[in-house]
Design a protein around this ligand. Structure first.
Ligand code: C5P
Length: 227
């Protein structure tokens, strides 16, 4: 069958990357985690000292953004690992510190411009499932299938809490995770550059009462409807 592009957008920790990964595996498509790219930029900046808890050196970032090369390569789990200038940073980019940094660097127009260019390049051959905040609206506006995943912040914070526990990471207090989720929601939806928004032609799923199997089935149903 002819391959299409699939855009999956939504708030942080809503399960969209799980949906995107599962769908890509099922269809034999390439999964692209656009958030990982913003995280990799943030990690680079944190290591250089350009981002601290309270400051961001925009000028340094602007000057050096072209030095940051982000690539993906398959791992043993059948998913993709993220590489920053050739170094596997898949684990390093998953911390709360990097998530917050990513949320901040993603407000910068010149960072978005560079990453969107790379993401569009990756989507050129079709057959990708890409997840993020602006995939259906900005990166792949011509994607044949656009999905938008939501759930209330309390549900997403609880899932994040449970996930950390399951991974053996000692989680912060639930209230702190919830505050962090809300802070990122606010920044994602109110930033001037490509705010998180459901594309007019996207199909929405509130997955509060839907499990991982159920949301994959829903996505497959939407795929089968149009192909
Ligand atoms: O999805 P994830 O939590 O990994 O994304 C990290 C950060 O990158 C988010 O807080 C979001 O602000 C930003 N992001 C973005 N555009 C995307 C993907 C992620 O602005 N397409």
């Amino acid at each position: 069958a002819k391959k299409i592009n699939i855009a999956i957008d939504g708030f942080s920790s809503c399960g969209k990357s799980t949906m995107a990964k599962d769908l890509a595996r099922k269809l034999g498509y390439t999964y692209i985690d656009s958030g990982a790219m913003y995280r990799a930029v943030a990690l680079y900046a944190i290591r250089k000292g350009w981002i601290t808890e309270t400051t961001m050196d925009e000028e340094a970032l602007r000057e050096h953004v072209s030095e940051i090369k982000i690539t993906f390569a398959p791992n043993a789990q059948g998913s993709q690992d993220t590489y920053l200038n050739g170094e596997n940073v898949e684990d390093d980019i998953r911390t709360l510190e990097v998530a917050n940094g990513a949320s901040r660097v993603s407000t910068l127009g010149f960072v978005r411009k560079e990453l969107v260019r790379q993401q569009q390049e990756m989507g050129k051959e079709k057959g990708v499932v890409m997840d993020g905040r602006d995939i259906g609206t900005v990166v792949l506006p011509d994607a044949e299938l656009k999905l938008f995943v939501t759930a209330p912040p309390e549900i997403r914070a609880q899932r994040r809490f449970d996930e950390m526990k399951a991974k053996g990471i000692n989680p912060p207090a639930y209230e702190d995770i919830l505050a962090n989720v809300k802070e990122r929601d606010l920044r994602d939806t109110t930033r001037a550059e490509s705010p998180l928004r459901k594309a007019d032609d996207a199909i929405e799923l509130d997955n509060t009462h839907v499990d991982i199997e159920g949301q994959l089935q829903w996505a497959l149903d939407m795929f089968n409807r149009i192909t």
